[in-house]
Design a protein around this ligand. Structure first.
Ligand code: SF4
Length: 687
């Protein structure tokens, strides 16, 4: 779908607060939408500069008022990974000039983020205020000497000046999320006895000196944004009173905008996953706001224009920082301004293709928008020859294929055997926290409608029907069939498939055994344990559940958490393979699910052999060699799936019809929406 031009005259804003211009430092920004910094995994890759430039240029063309790059260290020790993603020289910055130029060519503005990783770096030269190891890193950092602290401040200033020379409109200084500046501010990581440690005013000296020196080198015609930690979520983190002092001090030192960040990376509380309600942390920005006069930015889980509008209208913040939301849709701002809410591809907070990629050393992209960060590779050009295409299956893979092919000019008919579009996403959206999946179904359905795809629901496509309709190519996206259990008693009435359970066709009794420890097994457990919970929807319930102090008064903003008295089901989760549960879950999200299940007292049994099922329950052989009957009223089978191929490519070939399998119909080893949607888009572009 072509992005709406930011430069055309647009109708009256549908979100008046979001689209009110705002003065920030030397500039007046046209709206309140900032693209927050996100690691792309391409920082420091010199041969990826054109790719990064195309990525940010698309977001500028899509109406984003201000873009912030991924983080660059102000020196070598401050880089995030072994990649040389730091600005140690003029040459380092000038290599990024095409990025700034590309954004300016689209009428946008861009800041380079200076992020010193401190003890969070994934390399062997990490430094910190004190030699205190992070719980999420392998290495112990080396404590900076006093002279090195001063040099580090100078490195920030020099890097900012180089960024300015390279055409950036200014810099953002990353002062949150537990990176070096947070490490200087908090007693948990700063045990120094010199003028950079001890009393709070000493610990505050480092960020203040950084901002002062950066401002001095930038001059007044550049923008300086500082990202303050609005809520730390770790023991020994700052309290609201201290955070407000930081905010006021960096404003006095020269910051033009105060962005906010939530939680250190080592926090044991979710900050951006699907467990977090939309705008679940905007209140934390609101608590900092009275401390300053400069614009304050709210962040985390702001993925829809109405959410952003409500934050600004409430006065909690002056601007919003959207990162993943703009990965999902480059034209978010322009569409919102046009009142085209239905045309926005909403980020579903899955982290699967963005942060999970970054933290496994792969370039980021987006599950619902595989084009993100691959704008050149995925450029959809009009089809040279218009074809008649059938898509078999109305899940996400099929819808993505149909929409993409139709937008390129092909005549597309989609056949879906069920009476609704959405496939596995229609089940997934019933899982607590996955309600966002409904947005993706609605979005791809809308794209198909606009592109003129003919949709036939409740329709099974026979090869002969396709032949009679003159179809030249069939995209078979008919998904998967759950793998059946083959042990004695598998047909017992207490055995249900996850599909029937999640669809609400079969209930679960109080004692449940879940066969299968993959993503589907976790989904089923979460569905059973949390479906009556509001913690994924209501920020107050979320804060109470996770032990967050809504007044942020004590150290780190933590307090005792509140849980439901007794979980509604007693669950045993089993798997054949030996080893920990949840290994296939996302790196940045799996821990949240594991904590939820552990808190609910779920029993985990790995390395088991399934023997039989009878009225007593599920009989197994345990890994230790013992035999056991798991007493269960309901046994949910999540034991994998097989490809469901509604049409055979051999039969189609005999009729002269081309065939491509996509998504689960191609490979069903793990349910993988990321691959399914990418498959769909790729074939939609290729035909
Ligand atoms: Fe959002 Fe998931 Fe896309 Fe990341 S991969 S931007 S979380 S939809």
């Amino acid at each position: 779908m072509p992005a709406t031009s930011f430069h055309t005259e647009l109708p009256m804003a549908s979100y008046p607060h979001l689209f009110a211009p705002i003065a920030a430092g030397p500039f007046t920004l046209p709206n309140r939408i900032i693209m927050g910094s996100m690691h792309t995994g391409l920082e420091g890759e010199r041969d990826a500069v054109a790719r990064i430039a195309a990525f940010y240029a698309a977001r500028a063309r899509g109406g984003t008022a201000l873009i912030v790059t991924g983080g660059y260290g102000p020196n070598r020790a401050g880089r995030m990974t072994p990649h040389p993603a730091y600005i140690g020289s003029r040459e380092d910055a000038m290599a990024l000039k095409p990025v700034a130029d590309a954004v300016h060519a689209e009428g946008g503005r861009i800041l380079l983020q200076l992020l010193h990783s401190g003890r969070y770096g994934y390399h062997d030269e990490i430094v910190a205020p004190s030699a205190v190891k992070s719980p999420i890193n392998k290495g112990v950092p080396r404590a900076l000497s006093a002279a090195e602290v001063v040099q580090t401040i100078e490195d920030y200033a020099a890097a900012a000046a180089y960024a300015r020379e390279a055409g950036f409109d200014g810099v953002e200084i990353m002062g949150s999320e537990g990176y070096l500046i947070s490490q200087f501010l908090a007693l948990r990581t700063n045990q120094r006895a010199d003028e950079w440690g001890g009393a709070f005013e000493n610990r505050l000296r480092f960020p203040v000196e950084v901002v002062k020196r950066v401002r001095a080198r930038l001059g007044r015609d550049a923008l300086l944004m500082y990202r303050v930690s609005a809520l730390e979520l770790v023991d020994g983190g700052l309290s609201l009173g201290e955070i407000r002092r930081v905010a006021a001090a960096v404003e006095a030192a020269g910051a033009d905008i105060l962005n906010t960040g939530i939680g250190w990376h080592e926090a044991q509380i979710p900050t951006i996953t699907q467990a977090v309600p939309r705008a679940g942390y905007a209140w934390a920005a609101g608590l900092v706001k009275p401390a300053v006069k400069i614009p304050v930015v709210a962040s985390n889980r702001i993925n829809a224009p109405e959410t952003a509008e409500a934050i600004i209208a409430s006065g909690e913040a002056d601007m919003v920082s959207l990162a993943r939301a703009l990965l999902a849709d480059e034209a978010f701002a322009a569409k919102a301004r046009n009142g085209d809410r239905a045309g926005i591809n909403i980020c579903i907070a899955c982290n699967q293709a963005c942060l999970d990629h970054y933290f496994t050393f792969k370039p980021a992209t987006c599950l619902v928008n595989p084009r993100a960060l691959r704008e050149v590779e995925f450029a959809a050009v009009p089809a040279k020859a218009k074809k008649r295409i059938a898509v078999i299956g109305g899940g996400l893979a099929g819808m993505a294929a149909a929409a993409t092919a139709a937008e390129r000019g092909h005549a597309v008919t989609l056949y879906e055997a069920a009476d609704a579009l959405g496939g596995q996403f229609n089940l997934a959206k019933r899982i607590p926290g996955k309600q966002e999946f409904a947005e993706s179904v609605a979005y791809f359905a809308e794209r198909m409608r606009r592109a003129g795809v003919t949709v036939k629901l409740g329709a099974r496509a026979e090869a002969s029907v396709l032949k009679a309709a003159g179809i030249e190519h069939a995209i078979v996206a008919s998904g998967i069939a759950p793998r059946a259990l083959t042990i004695p008693g598998a047909d017992h009435p207490k055995v249900v498939s996850y599909v029937d359970l999640l669809a609400g066709r079969k209930p679960a009794g109080p004692r449940v055994a879940i066969i299968g420890g993959g993503g589907v097994g976790f989904d089923v457990a979460l569905y059973l344990l949390e479906r009556a919970s509001k913690t994924h929807l209501d920020p107050a319930a979320f804060a109470a559940h996770w032990g967050i102090d809504p007044g942020n008064e004590g150290s780190g903003g933590l307090r005792k958490n509140e849980h439901a008295d007794a979980p509604p089901h007693r669950i045993t989760m089993l798997k054949r393979s030996p080893g920990p549960f949840g290994r296939t879950l996302g790196k940045t999200t799996g821990w949240v699910h594991r904590i939820a299940l552990q808190r609910a007292g779920v029993r985990f049994l790995d390395g088991v052999a399934y023997r039989s099922i009878d009225d007593r329950g599920l009989h197994i052989a345990r890994a230790d060699g013992g035999e056991e009957c798991i007493a269960a009223d309901t046994i949910v089978v999540c034991a994998g799936q097989e490809p469901l191929r509604a049409l055979d490519e051999g039969v189609l070939a005999g009729l002269g019809i081309g065939c491509t399998y996509v998504g689960g119909a191609k490979v069903a080893a793990e349910l993988d929406a990321k691959r399914a949607i990418e498959d769909g888009v790729r074939i939609g572009i290729a035909l």
